[in-house]
Design a binder for this molecule. Structure first.
Ligand code: HEM
Length: 435
């Protein structure tokens, strides 16, 4: 007699609750509660969508969804939250369109091109640190959340448009992108204001095509990219969607990551001391290249992204039936992966709640399952901007930590806010103490 595995006829355990993950402000807290109760596979029902959602936190099942059987999964419902902003850019698109666009964009984000962005990253940091210096001299605090958000926006805009940012600003009477840093709501009103920016971007593209100025920025690279099969450039509509995608995907995530990192450092003086020691051991003003090679700095950033991954929810939907961890996954099931939960999976991480950059020493990383750490996801749809983000974060943290010890002012209670990104609900008000 052939006996059927009991797990294969079962569904993952779950609370039996109706729960549209991502729709409510307490989604992450609730997911964490269920995770503590049910473990690496659990199931909730989403009544509005009429589907089951499996939340998976087991690295091997995650490997299957993201890599070995990735063709069986589309991006899922999470993407609806950003579709209205990003049109058909690569964050959203699927199939042949996604594949073609990704292939054309990929080379611009290669590690070896990061050197093109050093000067602009350095300039944006210089401006920010001069502001902090002036405030420190007056004994004032800084709104770190706002400042870092403005800086990461500026960095991605300069990377895309270089000096043409001024051309765009002149055309519409001021930097049209500040709406991104100034407004935190990501509702339909915001989407309408943001999509209106497609027009000036389209005009800039036309102007560049007519005058063919010499530029080495991202927009120039995207305009020069050719599809390897057809030899054709991207149509303007795609160019605009990709530019908008890079602005949104590249700015808020990096800002959230840095915001959490400064929060963690301010509460861990021993880690700060080791970071300062590594920086102070360099002779004179370090070059960006030297900064990128600092091991402890890299570990601190990796560890901050572990505890508070800005992309806290990855959604996928099964196209055909599959099986994960012994559970059948019927076609149409939503499969959600929360890097926040996976990064605190006690089977993969000792003392997961503790901020400990040493867990990112080379030897420790080699021993761990690669799919236990997913700040930039993995597989074909992994973050295209990973090298860009890490370059930007390392240079910023090094330059700021060389000059200041940043301490949280007063006894602010800081809570998490898990919306499109994982942010702090309250802005971090910090005191920059010159070193
Ligand atoms: C700390 C900073 C960042 C984090 C944590 C982050 C995280 C992520 C995650 C989790 C995804 C996958 C989303 C999904 O599969 O549903 C993603 C995709 C993406 N990211 Fe990032 N990101 C960061 C910075 C950036 C930057 C700087 C850029 C560009 C300048 C960028 C551009 C993109 C794009 C275009 C995609 C879509 C890729 C595709 O589907 O082919 N990201 N990112």
């Amino acid at each position: 007699m052939i006996s059927q595995s009991p797990a294969l006829s079962a569904v993952p355990p779950g609370p039996g609750d109706q729960f549209e993950i991502g729709d409510t402000d307490d989604s992450l807290e609730r997911m964490a509660r269920y995770y503590a109760e049910y473990g690496d596979f659990y199931r909730v029902h989403a009544p509005r969508r009429g589907t089951d959602t499996y939340v998976i936190s087991d690295p091997e099942a995650i490997r299957r969804v993201l890599v070995t059987n990735h063709r069986n999964y589309t991006k899922g419902v999470g993407i609806n939250r950003v579709k209205v902003l990003l049109g058909n850019g690569i964050m959203v698109s699927e199939g042949e369109l996604w594949h073609r666009q990704r292939r054309m964009m990929q080379p611009s984000f290669h590690r070896r091109h990061m050197v093109n962005f050093f000067a602009n990253i350095e300039n944006c940091n210089r401006a920010l640190l001069a502001e902090w210096q002036a405030r420190a001299a007056r004994g004032e605090t800084v709104n770190l959340t706002e400042d870092v958000s403005r800086m990461t926006l500026d960095i991605v805009l300069r990377a895309l448009f270089s000096d043409d940012l001024e051309v765009l600003a002149n055309r519409v009477g001021g930097n049209p992108f500040t709406v991104l840093a100034d407004e935190s709501a990501r509702d339909l009103r915001f989407a309408a204001r943001f999509r209106a920016l497609a027009h000036p971007i389209g005009e800039l593209i036309k102007q560049r095509r007519e005058r063919a100025p010499l530029r080495r920025d991202l927009l120039a690279m995207l305009m020069q990219a050719r599809d390897k099969n057809s030899g054709l450039p991207m149509p303007d509509k795609s160019l605009i969607d990709e530019v908008m995608t890079l602005i949104v995907a590249g700015h808020e995530t990096t800002a959230s990551g840095l915001n959490w990192l400064w929060y963690l450092l301010s509460g861990h003086p021993e880690v700060t001391r080791r970071l300062h020691a590594e920086l102070d051991a360099l002779e004179g003003e370090p070059t960006p290249q030297q900064i990128l090679e600092l091991p402890y700095l890299g570990q601190v950033i990796d560890e901050a992204l572990r505890l508070y991954p800005p992309g806290w929810l990855i959604t996928r939907r099964a196209i055909a039936d599959d099986e994960l961890g012994g559970y059948p996954v019927p076609a149409g099931t939503d499969v959600f992966i929360s890097p926040y939960l996976v990064h605190r999976n006690p089977r993969c991480w000792e003392r997961p709640e503790q901020f400990d950059p040493d867990r990112f020493r080379d030897a420790a990383v080699k021993e761990r399952n690669r799919f236990a750490y997913l700040p930039f996801v993995a597989g074909p749809r992994h973050c295209i901007g990973e090298a860009f983000a890490l370059t930007e974060m390392r240079i910023h943290v090094a330059r700021a930590a060389l000059r200041f010890d940043l301490q949280l002012a007063g006894d602010q209670a800081i809570e998490m806010e898990a919306r499109v990104n994982l942010r702090t609900r309250q802005p971090l008000i910090m005191r920059p103490l010159p070193r």
